[in-house]
Design a protein around this ligand. Structure first.
Ligand code: DC
Length: 236
């Protein structure tokens, strides 16, 4: 396919060798674990969920119809997205606005399902993800890192936990930030996201055949981080 100025050529995934791919369902602790593991391994951290969130925020902000896949794809291609690593977090900017908090509202979270099944939206974000990783050793977390985006990653980990535990962790996180929580509603929302992630036609959530499965139910996140670092440390 010829490339246009808006569509830089995708680096060959075969050449992306120093990648740790971490996948798993919502609330399994991927972001916390991947960010801290990246820091300890001296690698960059890529939160691909933040990219789907930013694309959703941008579509809503630009008043693009969420039921028009072509318009969503076009908006995603035009999104001026910057991901900036900072101590203790990731700064997400779209068109110069800091949207790091805005992309995590329940409204954005609910609307991601309109974009994450659109092949042209995914194709563009996958291209950005590969470009990011081509710049240096990367721990990338999401739903399809080991299966689609980085099939030749040198290490693949699938983090899972029971739905009850994932809801409990999310509730504690929200309560810590002073947000009142309806636990039953939270669990139902996570179940709906699981269903959407696992059953979409394009890039469904599933462990790669060569992924290490890590069930974090009942484990504390510090122990999980230690385990991920042990698994992901290069053996030279
Ligand atoms: O990890 P998260 O909760 O921030 O991800 C938000 C949503 O983005 C998630 O519900 C599904 C979608 N997503 C995706 O489809 N593929 C990815 N690689 C990462 C996230």
């Amino acid at each position: 396919m010829p490339s246009t100025p808006n569509q830089p050529t995708t680096p060959d995934p075969e050449s992306l060798v120093d990648i740790v791919a971490i996948d798993g369902p919502a609330g399994a602790g991927k972001s916390t674990v991947a960010r801290e593991a990246a820091r300890r391994l001296g690698m960059r951290f890529l939160d691909t969920g933040a990219m789907y969130r930013a694309a959703t925020w941008w579509a809503m902000h630009s008043r693009v119809s969420l039921s028009d896949p072509d318009a969503l794809a076009e908006a995603t291609r035009r999104m001026p997205l910057e991901l900036i690593e900072q101590d203790g977090g990731l700064l997400v900017r779209v068109e110069g606005h800091d949207v790091s908090q805005a992309i995590r509202t329940p409204e954005v979270t609910r609307n991601i399902r309109h974009l994450d099944g659109v092949p042209a939206v995914r194709a563009h974000l996958v291209q950005l993800q590969r470009e990011f990783a081509a710049k240096g050793p990367t721990v990338a977390e999401g739903r399809d890192m080991g299966t689609v985006v980085f099939p030749r990653a040198r290490c693949k980990i699938f983090l899972d936990a029971s739905i009850g535990e994932r809801a409990q962790r999310r509730a504690l996180e929200l309560e810590k930030n002073g947000v009142p929580v309806d636990r039953a509603a939270l669990e139902a929302e996570i179940a709906a996201r699981d269903d959407n992630d696992r059953n979409r036609a394009v890039a469904p959530l599933r462990p790669a055949h060569d992924a290490v499965l890590l069930d974090t139910t009942g484990k504390n996140l510090d122990d999980v981080i230690d385990e991920v670092v042990r698994i992901a440390k290069p053996t030279r």
